[in-house]
Ligand binder design. Structure first.
Ligand SMILES: Nc1ncnc2c1ncn2[C@@H]1O[C@H](COP(=O)(O)OP(=O)(O)OP(=O)(O)O)[C@@H](O)[C@H]1O
Ligand SMILES: [Mg+2]
Length: 364
């Protein structure tokens, strides 16, 4: 009895990617098939992100399909990942050629937790094995240097021009707070501001990145618009709290991202409910679920909810974000980061398919 590679590929072509609704062979996810002793199989599956929310499910399905081959011996499945690059249709590719995906984190309202969520999502993605960068686009109120625990470390340059990003918790990051002294940036206006943000993209030695998370300043004004326009971001995450007032801002954020044609990857509800630190009891301070409802109303995806939790705040203040430690909140951030990574993969896949179709019809 000898098993052939064709038999293996045929078996694998029955395994579907649950989100893309295509089989793994068609999706070119099978990277290596080795047959030893005629019947022992070793297969490598390459996912579109190391933070794939469906990794375990796909691995189990592959195992099952291979074990169903008649006469099969030992089956070994290896899961790897290579993040897909955004197509950046119409965007300025040269600005950041080594960054595969840029994700804007924004909200119409201030203080809803954009920076907290940016930091913890970046760390969660890095913990999954992705190459992650974090950029503080909040020039007037930078906070990432504090949240990343590097308040007093200043950025160095390589040659007087190229900035070397700081590194912590597996992420590269840059913040205006790591360049100038507190308060100094407050006197900057318009063009200087825009120049700094462009510099953060093109004059920072980011290296190869799978994801660059950009923490936007609050609001839907010129800075946010021009940045979103310039880089043609892969997508945006909108952060909201459940109060009615904050929810109205989701619409404003949506309108802004629509205007610059940045797809919204989803909405995160922050400070959704209160978790008592001593008894663990959950209290609904506002009407929890508001952001999910509002997301649905505008046809946006919901990525998850985070409680008002003293450890989340302390993590930010102390410069040791909660995602760096083990615990239930860390799991929640990890889960949200995986949903987000999955959405990015899907979006890129669909856009690539769309581009293929467009080239095809042009050829015709
Ligand atoms: N889920 C949470 N539980 C407890 N505290 C939180 C939570 N999310 C954020 N915070 C705290 O709320 C404050 C504001 O959060 P953060 O700075 O992340 O908001 P922001 O939207 O980035 O604000 P800004 O609009 O000023 O940039 C911080 O002190 C932060 O630690
Ligand atoms: Mg902020």
């Amino acid at each position: 009895m000898t098993i052939t590679k064709e038999q293996v590929m045929a078996a694998l072509s029955t395994v579907m990617d649950p989100e893309l609704h295509k089989d793994l062979v068609t999706l070119n996810m099978i990277k290596d098939v080795t047959i030893t002793n005629s019947v022992d199989l070793s297969v490598t599956v390459e996912l579109t992100t190391p933070a794939c929310p469906l990794s375990a499910e796909i691995e189990a399905d592959v195992n099952k399909a291979l074990k169903a081959i008649e006469g099969v011996g030992v089956v070994s499945v290896k899961m790897t990942a290579k993040v897909v690059e955004a197509t950046k249709i119409g965007g300025d590719k040269d600005l950041i050629p080594t960054i595969k995906n840029t994700i804007l984190v924004g909200s119409g309202k201030g203080g809803v937790g954009k920076s907290t969520i940016s930091v913890n999502l970046a760390i969660s993605l890095a913990n999954s094995g992705a190459k992650v960068g974090l950029m503080d686009a909040d020039i007037y109120g930078p906070s990432l240097n504090v949240m990343m625990g590097m308040k007093d470390t200043k950025v160095m340059t390589k040659d007087g021009k190229t900035m070397i990003p700081l590194e912590r918790y597996g992420c590269k990051f840059i913040s205006i707070g790591s360049l100038v002294d507190e308060g100094q940036a407050l006197i900057w206006r318009g063009p200087i501001l825009e120049g700094v943000l462009t510099q953060f993209l093109k004059d920072v030695d980011w290296g190869e990145l799978d994801y660059l998370i950009i923490d936007l300043p609050p609001g839907t004004g010129d800075v946010q618009l021009s940045l979103a326009q310039k880089i043609k971001a892969t997508g945006a995450v909108v952060v909201s709290t459940p109060q009615d007032l904050a929810l109205a801002d989701v619409k404003r954020s949506k309108d802004m991202f629509d205007k610059v044609k940045v797809p919204i990857l989803g909405v995160v509800e922050n400070m959704s409910y209160f978790l008592c630190p001593s008894c663990g009891e959950r209290t609904e301070i506002f009407s929890t679920g508001g952001a999910e409802r509002i997301a649905k109303t505008y046809g946006l995806d919901f990525l998850g909810a985070l409680p008002l939790d003293v450890e989340i705040r302390e993590g930010g203040d102390l410069g040791v974000p909660i995602a760096t430690e083990e615990g239930p909140m860390t799991d929640t951030f990890l889960e949200i980061s995986k949903i987000l990574a999955g959405k990015i993969s899907m979006l890129n896949y669909k856009q690539a398919e769309q581009e293929k179709k467009e080239t095809f019809s042009v050829k015709l």
